[in-house]
Write a protein that binds this ligand. Structure first.
Ligand code: PHE
Length: 409
């Protein structure tokens, strides 16, 4: 990670912690627990979760904003898992308490992510948190969850720093160091690229990190980065950066950003007669990609956690159930949301109590969990090691091109 990326995530963390400090003072969380008004970190959730009735879980997600499909798809996956669990209890097939999920919209904004997690913990007294998708938002929300010792599982945040926030923060997806390596290998060996231009979003720790994690293995393998251009997602005009890209005459353009920006950039690039292929990361995974990017994104590649086209029975059964309920194909976010929720439910059932400490220890011990996105074992860094698949965008379809094992060298 370069210095600049490090500074960005430091800033995100500082903002989130400032939020903890200001909102903690106003919090009513101990009012029924007999404690003082100043909450102690690590003391659980104040008044605490209810001991009977449904177990409440919080989900913070971008249900609106520029990354709205991230939150919506994840929430669909989480709710499908919840309904299946509760139906199994009704049918007498499963023992335990039902689960209720409360979702708060963070609009894809850092400040809102911290506020949402704070509310879920201090007003709703959730026992655990699911979220976020975007790494920057998981860093912000994670700082709050860690402060109150409430376990949090990110379904899909891939930046390494997310779980380094503390021992309450987990993820069920691969990391960007691996994803960058996958993209570099694909660029070099499959696309035969030697001269690459990178355009990354400097306002997102994910995008900045993935740009670095692509660059290192690609140059080590003999490739050249002919230009590296930064943009900021608040400014959609990237004509200056694209002029530099054109001048550098790359044979591949790597766009490690989120779908709205990536699709916009692809459109602008094609208008400037930049005709070489585009390669993205998991941040491209949205049905909106083609709605926004049109022809400009057709034929492009991106690395991802899963493809609904894969023929394994676990994937196909999930696709069938999801389609029956939502009348659309599940993207990677939906699959990861479903897996994260199921892994959490399993931990809730196994945990000796619902205290943050016990629940975190039980999540940490998860091993060989059979997920739609592959087997999940939580490692000592609270991360998961998974394979990745590079897909090609093809008129609504995501054709799997090549799968890369978790232990890729
Ligand atoms: N990995 C992205 C991040 O960390 C989020 C993402 C995951 C987006 C999967 C799309 C699909 O910010």
């Amino acid at each position: 990670m370069n210095l600049c990326a490090w500074r960005t995530s430091k800033l995100v963390m500082t903002m989130a912690l400032a939020l903890v400090a200001t909102t903690a003072c106003n919090s009513k969380r101990n009012s029924s627990g007999g404690g003082g008004s100043d909450p102690t970190p690590g003391s659980g959730t104040g008044a605490g979760p209810a001991a009977t009735g449904p177990i409440l879980i919080g989900h913070f997600a971008s249900m609106s904003g520029a990354e709205a499909t991230f939150g919506q798809s994840t929430d669909n996956g989480v709710r499908l898992a919840m309904e299946e669990r509760n139906a199994a209890i009704d049918a007498g097939k499963l023992k335990g308490r039902k689960i209720e999920v409360k979702t708060l919209d963070d609009q894809g904004k850092t400040q809102e992510a911290g506020t949402a997690v704070n509310r879920l913990i201090n007003e709703d007294h959730v026992v655990a948190i699911l979220g976020e998708v975007a790494s920057g938002l998981s860093l912000a929300g994670g700082a709050v969850a860690q402060h109150y010792s409430v376990p949090m599982i990110s379904p899909s945040s891939t930046n390494p720093q997310v779980t380094q926030v503390g021992d309450m923060i987990f993820r069920v997806c691969f990391l960007d160091e691996f994803q960058g390596k996958v993209m570099a290998k694909f660029a070099k060996d499959e696309l035969k690229a030697t001269k690459v231009a990178i355009l990354f979003d400097q306002s997102q720790p994910y995008s900045q990190g993935l740009a670095d994690f692509f660059e290192k293995p690609f140059t080590e393998a003999g490739g050249t980065i002919v230009t590296r251009q930064a943009y900021n997602s608040s400014n959609p005009d990237v004509s200056a950066q694209l002029s530099s890209v054109k001048e550098a005459a790359p044979d591949l353009v790597v766009l490690p950003g989120y779908y709205t920006q990536a699709a916009n950039i692809a459109r602008q690039a094609r208008k400037l007669d930049i005709t070489v292929p585009f390669l993205g990361g998991d941040g491209w995974d949205s049905s909106k990609l083609e709605e926004i990017g049109g022809d400009a994104v057709q034929g492009s590649y991106y690395s991802n956690h899963y493809s609904p086209e894969e023929q394994s029975p676990v994937v196909q059964e999930f696709v069938k159930k999801y389609q029956a309920k939502y009348n659309q194909l599940p993207d990677g976010l939906a699959a990861l949301g479903y897996d994260a929720a199921n892994l959490l439910f399993q931990a809730i059932d196994k945990s000796p109590s619902l205290s943050g400490k016990d629940l975190a220890a039980t999540i940490a011990a998860s091993k060989d969990f059979v997920g739609v996105t592959g087997a999940i074992t939580i490692d000592p860094n609270r991360d998961a090691s998974k394979s990745a698949v590079v897909v090609q965008v093809d008129h609504g379809k995501r054709t799997p091109i090549k799968r890369y094992p978790a232990d890729l060298k």
